[in-house]
Each structure stands twice: as structure tokens, then as C-alpha cells.
Design a protein. Structure first.
Length: 436
């Protein structure tokens, strides 16, 4: 009888990142019924790594996040070829799937993927990823993130003792992501403006320097009576990258270009054709920390109901007084908070356990009854990890040089033009150096 299948998880983590990414990785490192090893890789796989010593190789979405013109895989051509030729079951996770879908499809084909875990809503999955373009690949829908179970046992500050009435952090995003993505930062500016006469204590910012990560973000969220929010995702799916190219070029030429002008000229028909609107991991964090959610109206992947789990805010803010009334009614607010905690944060279907079961089931179908690969021993595996650390050290030095170049560009050319120039110079330069 065959033994437990072995799995290798390949991911890429560097510097500050959202806690949900780390939690997602840890969940995949501990799949029940599998002997799992993992590598945090940078640009290239260790030479001595034999992929065929595993039954399954999982490529995490953190490795599918490159914005280079070569495609989304943040690995060298040689490493991609090694993965593609390996005679193992290959599973790929992807996020930010609105970007150049044709590149994503090409990457999946290059990897010879067997299972593709996608955040694309099921009702548009086949239209965005036609079966004819990905023959033989099993597409499995998953959420962008799940509940961090460690937050469920965290002692929450009582609602009345929280010093901030409403808190929020977001960043301004590119126009070509569509109207849905703009909501993430416009809600902040508009809410701050529309509540000036209500004497609320607000800590709301869209400035990059005010971003919070890790424990700082959790502490902040736990200090807020309420937090703003919108559905996650984009409302423009850029099938071949041409929308982004056109909009970036237009913004570089005219930094004062408004979203409405860019939308009308370059993606009016595409905006809303495919909606990737879904629940954000931030909603799970707020529910777990018993922070009241004030959210733009939406579906939220069927996980949240207005007035039951969150306070709905109309996108024209016409009901702002009703929202403030609930915020100032501790008994009513507490009812919504407790319901969200029990039915959203504590719901099994929103847990990392649910993710693990969904992933394990899809993988088992692909690996059932096949011959098991000879597993790496601990001593042998330590040599692979040593090789990988050397590659990571080199990548860190290059990232530092890249960050310095990006700051120099920002000082010389502030605004949206600096972002475009950085993408055209700094990122390609880092990739060129990595290839040497």
C-alpha cells in the first residue's frame, strides 16, 4: 500500500507583507495526509533540488506576483522549465487575476499545471479561463484569504473603551483596475468629509507611509469601534495587458488625468464586464476582533448580510446619518458585532481548515494510486535549504538596491509619473541583475 504523498510548497516572502499571506502559507505547509516541505525561494530554484523527489509541487500565489513583461512567475526561465518538465502533480495558486489573463494562461501551460486554485468567482471562471485554453487543468475556486484563528482567542477591548470611532487604511490604486478598486480609497476621503459635523474620532488614511502591517495593524483594528470596508477585487479584467499599458502611458503624459477621463477613454466597456468582487480578509479580521464593520453594500461572497453582520453604507453616502446612529447606539452595534463574530469569524467554512480540506481533496484526486517518490531525509534536505539561503541573500541585496533606485526616481519625479518610470526602469533592472 502506498505511503503518504509528499508535497513541496514553493513561495516567496520578503519584507513587510499582509499577515493573511503568511497564514495562507502556513495552512498549505500543514496539509493533513501529506508529508510537506517548503522553500521560500527568490528568482531561482536551488540547483540540487530534485523536484521529482516529491509527489506534488505547490506553487504559491506569492510566486505568481511578478509584473514583468515576461509573465507572472517570479522565477528564472531555467527554473520555470524545470518545473514544467518535472513529472509530478503541479498545483498553482493565483491572486490579482485581473492582470493580463493571457499571461496567466501561458504560465499555467508552461508549468504543465494539473490543478489551478483561483479566486475568480465561479460564475465567470469558465469565461475568463476557457477550458479550451487550459485543457486537462482542474480549476478550483478558493477565497482570497481566511480567518486567522489566533485572533479568535485574543482578548478584545470593549466597544465603549475603544478610543477611535472609525479607522481605515488603504492606498490609492491604478485607474485601470476599474471602479470597484477605486472604492477602496475613495470611501476613505468621502467618509472623512461627510462626517465632519458628527464629531467622530476618525483615524483614516490613504497615504502609503501610514500603512500598517502585522501586529501594528491588529492593534489598530482592535482600537477602533468601527472600520470602513469595501468588497475586494477589481471590476476590470485586463485580458491581454493592453488596458494597463494605455492607461499607464496616458497618466505618464498627463499626471492630472482623472479616473473618469481614463475610464471613458480606455476601458468604459470593460469596466464591470467581469466582476471579481468578493469578501476581503480584512472583513474576517474585523469580525474576529469584534470591530464593527461599516461596508459599502455588496455580496461579499455570500458570507455577510447587511444589518446582521455589518452596517451597510450606500455608495452615494446618502444614509450616512443612519450609519452614525448605529455607531452611537452601543447595544445595536454590539448585536451586529457578536453576530459577525459567531457566524462569520467562527464559521467553519471561513477557516483555514476549510482551505486545507479543499486543497487536499483536489490534490488527492490527482495523486491517487500513483507510485510514491523517494522522500528527502532531514540531513539531505538541509543542504537544499543552505543553497536556497544563499540565493535569498543575493536577492535581498538586489531588492535593497532596487528600493534605493525607486526612491531616487520618486524624488526626481513625484506623482503618478514616478510610478510608471519606476516600473519601466527599476523592476526590469532588478530582473536583469538577477538573471546574471
Amino acid at each position: 500500500m502506498p505511503g503518504r504523498p509528499t508535497a513541496l510548497l514553493l513561495y516567496a516572502l520578503s519584507g513587510e507583507t499582509a499577515g493573511t499571506v503568511g497564514n495562507h502559507i502556513r495552512a498549505l505547509e500543514t496539509l493533513e495526509g501529506f508529508d510537506c516541505r517548503s522553500l521560500n525561494v527568490a528568482w531561482q530554484l536551488p540547483t540540487r533540488l530534485d523536484l521529482e523527489r516529491f509527489d506534488v509541487v505547490i506553487v504559491h500565489y506569492s510566486l505568481m506576483a511578478s509584473e514583468s513583461t515576461d509573465g507572472p512567475i517570479s522565477l528564472s526561465d531555467e527554473s520555470i522549465a524545470r518545473l514544467g518538465h518535472a513529472r509530478v502533480v503541479k498545483c498553482v495558486f493565483m491572486q490579482d487575476e485581473h492582470r493580463n489573463v493571457k499571461q496567466t494562461i501561458a504560465a499555467l501551460r508552461a508549468l504543465h499545471a494539473d490543478v489551478f486554485f483561483t479566486c475568480m468567482p465561479e460564475d465567470i471562471m469558465a469565461e475568463v479561463y476557457p477550458p479550451s485554453a487550459l485543457p486537462g487543468i482542474n480549476l478550483v475556486n478558493v477565497l482570497t484569504g481566511y480567518v486567522d484563528e489566533s485572533l479568535l482567542t485574543r482578548k478584545s477591548r470593549p466597544f465603549s473603551e475603544r478610543p477611535i470611532d472609525v479607522g481605515y487604511r488603504a492606498r490609492k490604486v491604478a485607474y485601470w483596475l476599474g471602479k470597484l478598486a477605486q472604492d477602496k480609497w475613495t470611501i476613505a476621503e468621502r467618509f472623512a468629509r461627510d462626517t465632519q459635523d458628527y464629531s467622530l474620532v476618525c483615524d483614516i488614511s490613504t497615504r502609503e507611509q501610514d500603512r500598517l502591517y502585522g501586529t501594528e495593524w491588529i492593534e489598530f483594528l482592535g482600537s477602533c469601534k468601527a472600520v470602513l470596508g469595501t468588497e475586494s477585487g477589481a471590476s476590470v479584467v485586463d485580458l491581454d495587458g493592453t488596458i494597463r499599458q494605455a492607461v499607464d502611458a496616458a497618466v505618464a503624459r498627463n499626471p492630472t488625468l482623472t479616473f473618469e477621463e481614463a475610464q471613458a477613454r480606455y476601458f468604459a466597456e470593460a469596466d464591470g464586464r467581469f466582476s471579481m468582487a468578493q469578501i476581503s480578509p480584512r472583513c474576517f479580521e474585523a469580525a474576529a476582533l469584534k470591530t464593527l464593520m461599516i461596508l459599502y453594500e455588496g455580496e461579499y461572497s455570500g458570507r455577510l448580510e447587511p444589518y446582521r453582520h455589518y452596517v451597510p453604507l450606500k455608495k452615494d453616502h446618502s444614509n450616512i446619518s443612519d450609519v452614525v446612529d448605529i455607531l452611537r447606539n452601543p447595544a445595536r452595534a454590539q448585536t451586529i458585532i457578536e453576530t459577525a463574530y459567531l457566524e462569520c469569524a467562527c464559521a467553519p467554512r471561513n477557516s483555514h481548515r476549510a482551505l486545507q480540506e479543499r486543497v487536499a481533496q483536489a490534490i488527492r484526486i490527482a495523486v491517487d494510486d500513483q507510485m510514491r517518490a523517494p522522500a528527502y531525509g532531514n540531513l539531505e534536505w538541509s543542504t537544499i535549504e543552505d543553497d536556497n539561503r544563499k540565493i535569498l541573500d543575493r536577492a535581498r541585496r538586489l531588492r535593497a538596491a532596487n528600493a534605493l533606485l525607486s526612491r531616487m526616481i520618486a524624488c526626481a519625479l513625484p506623482g503618478n509619473g514616478a510610478v510608471v518610470l519606476r516600473d519601466r526602469i527599476a523592476k526590469p533592472l532588478r530582473i536583469a541583475l538577477l538573471r546574471r
